[in-house]
Design a protein around this ligand. Structure first.
Ligand SMILES: Nc1ncnc2c1ncn2[C@@H]1O[C@H](COP(=O)(O)OP(=O)(O)OP(=O)(O)O)[C@@H](O)[C@H]1O
Ligand SMILES: [Mg+2]
Length: 586
């Protein structure tokens, strides 16, 4: 379990070999494209490497006494043609590569999203949403950079280094050999630099992730921040993170600020060396010019190497975090031979159920009850007693530690989760609405529902009266999380959403918020109607809602302390009776 937690946080180190192998697996799905672009890349490097030879030939011609203008013109035209062709290759290569890379990333994002969807609520609780967003967006972007740029650039740089050096060697072996010393120095500097920058980059990424997490949490909770006048505190917390990021960015810039001029210095020194030694070794003017041009071609990749190695490192860190996430096994999974059940009778049984969200901190203690098909069972108890927990166990949001939950006599662990959630309609305590129209929120984008069915569902749960008053009716847009609807209206919408999907078992976790008497009556009436749909489990805070329930279960600290119908419980004069008296007095 601890290992899974580490993976959720993205902190499990994977060996480089594993990272490379898994990354290559993604590439192999786009093999054709990659091979084609590698071929174009090879052509590109060859053409690019021979182009200074034309300048060299022209220079040699220019220093002659009788200049052959025609030859110079021809050479220039040829050189120009090669540059044009080369650009075309470059264009094709990048189009093909981008296409492959983006397709890989598209699939990766899809895979991550689907994976996240399958995780249990317990796993979600362990993971800040901001960090998930970062993984789906930024980290996949870093990986996309790997496929579309970094790998190819590194290959191109290496090929260029080799190609250019070979040509330089042909022009003047002795001059090329004396360059080797310089190359060695540059390599050492680049290597040290990449080590230093790697650490800085890692810290920078940690800062970015931190800021993202903070932002997503606090933007979502902005209302609360304002209500509690916490703007100043939040501002300070944000500024602190912001300042850290600024410093890290600045460290990156400082490091490059030292590295680039240093390499540039060595480059210029080697140009001087090239001229001085070139004359000493008796090279022609054209050869010296060619050598000079090759030097710049040679230094470019070396200078980039540190950058590329860092990008590679960044991509591998990103892929590590992504693979970490993909490696987290969903807690709650279908068994291989899980049963597909289309329609439930609706008999629900809890058999000595013990449940804890964490460790041995029991929230439900030895809970047992039976609800017969089509019966309505209400759960009553103080806040935190475990009512919502019971409901969320029935739909397998969490796994019970001891005991069993049976539906129609079958352990819910043996039923396909999708069937379970299809057969059980949930109306939860905090109604979640997506941005979109009222219609979208009722049908959940299932186009098979006709407008008549939608209207019928709204009428059934008494949501029609407020929807009809809206200018656009069911086509009315809902702003983020339903801020433009009242609590009661949101609850009615969630009823309509449930009813239209025709479940055989209904779960209702009544909103605690105060709603006006008129809406309360509407909710009451629609609840009465919904009873006829199937088995119903209700958590009610207003006891008036549940007086007609077939069975009322009273919970205290996760234990059942009383059960019976309304009249029996009143006669018992126990906890329920007290609760009823309290509400009645109010
Ligand atoms: N995701 C969670 N992780 C850890 N503990 C939780 C979680 N959700 C609920 N709990 C704990 O479980 C206990 C029961 O919570 P539950 O939500 O079932 O109460 P409830 O009876 O529905 O209360 P209310 O009437 O306020 O809705 C509480 O003590 C709560 O702190
Ligand atoms: Mg609750």
């Amino acid at each position: 379990m601890n290992d899974e937690l580490e993976k959720l946080k993205g902190d499990v180190k994977l060996p480089l070999g594993v990272l490379v192998r898994r990354t290559l697996k993604y590439i192999s799905s786009e093999k054709g494209g990659f091979i084609l672009s590698l071929f174009l890349l090879a052509l590109n490097v060859v053409l690019d490497s021979i182009s200074p030879l034309f300048t060299s030939a022209i220079t040699d011609e220019l220093v002659k006494d009788n200049i052959n203008i025609k030859l110079i013109v021809n050479l220039s035209l040829l050189s120009f043609a090669i540059v044009c062709i080369n650009q075309l290759f470059l264009y094709l290569e990048s189009i093909i590569l981008q296409n492959c890379g983006q397709r890989i990333i598209y699939r990766l994002r899809k895979e991550i999203f689907e994976h996240i969807e399958n995780m249990s609520l317990n796993q979600f609780n362990e993971m800040p949403v901001g960090s998930l967003v970062t993984r789906v967006t930024s980290y996949t972007a870093s990986m996309s950079d790997l496929f579309t740029g970094v790998l190819v650039r590194i290959l191109r740089d290496l090929a260029t280094l080799v190609g250019v050096y070979v040509i330089m060697f042909f022009i003047s072996p002795s001059l090329s050999l004396s360059l080797l010393g310089v190359v060695a120095v540059v390599f050492v500097i680049s290597y040290i630099f990449s080590k230093v920058v790697r650490g800085i980059f890692r810290q920078e990424r940690a800062c970015i992730s931190d800021i993202n997490t903070f932002l997503s949490e606090n933007l979502a909770g902005m209302k609360l921040t304002q209500v509690f006048n916490q703007e100043k505190t939040k501002e300070e917390q944000f500024n602190e993170k912001n300042e850290k990021l600024r410093q890290q960015r600045f460290n990156v810039i400082k490091a490059f600020g030292v590295y680039r001029p240093l390499i540039s210095f060595i480059y210029n020194a080697s140009i001087a060396l090239c001229f001085v030694q070139g004359i000493r070794y008796g090279l022609s003017a054209g050869e010296i010019v060619a050598f000079y041009m090759y030097l710049s071609k040679f230094f470019n990749p070396i200078q980039n190497l540190a950058d590329q190695l860092n990008a590679l490192q960044k991509a591998f860190t990103a892929s590590e975090r992504i693979f970490n996430l993909l490696d987290v096994k969903p807690d709650v999974l279908d068994k291989p031979d899980a049963l597909e059940i289309e329609d439930f009778e609706g008999r629900i049984e809890f058999k000595n159920v013990w449940f804890a969200y964490k460790d041995e901190n029991w929230i439900l203690k030895d809970v047992s009850f039976v609800i017969e098909p089509k019966q309505t069972c209400a759960f009553v108890g103080a806040t935190g007693a475990g009512k919502t927990t019971i409901l969320s166990l029935i739909v397998r949001n969490y796994e019970v530690q001891k005991g069993e939950i049976l539906i129609d006599g079958i352990n819910i662990n043996d039923i396909k989760i999708s069937c379970l959630r299809k057969g059980i309609g949930q109306m939860l305590q905090d109604v979640f609405l997506f941005s979109g129209t009222i219609k979208d929120n009722i049908t959940l984008h299932d186009e098979s529902f006709t407008i008549d069915e939608i209207n019928e569902a709204c009428r059934y749960v008494n949501a029609d009266s407020f929807i009809d008053r809206l200018p656009k009716g069911v086509e009315e847009e809902i702003i983020e999380k339903g801020e433009n609807l009242s609590q009661g209206q949101r609850q009615l919408l969630s009823f309509a959403r449930t009813v239209i999907h025709k479940p055989q078992i209904l779960i209702l976790d009544e909103a605690t918020a105060n709603i006006d008497t008129e809406t309360e009556v509407l909710i009451q009436q629609s609840l009465e109607k919904m009873k006829s749909i199937g088995t119903m489990l209700v958590v009610a805070h207003r006891l008036s809602t549940i007086q007609h329930a077939d069975q009322i279960i009273v919970l205290q600290n996760g234990e059942i302390v009383e059960r019976g119908d309304h009249q029996q419980l009143l006669k018992n004069r126990g906890y329920y009776y007290k609760l009823y008296q309290l509400q009645f007095d109010n």
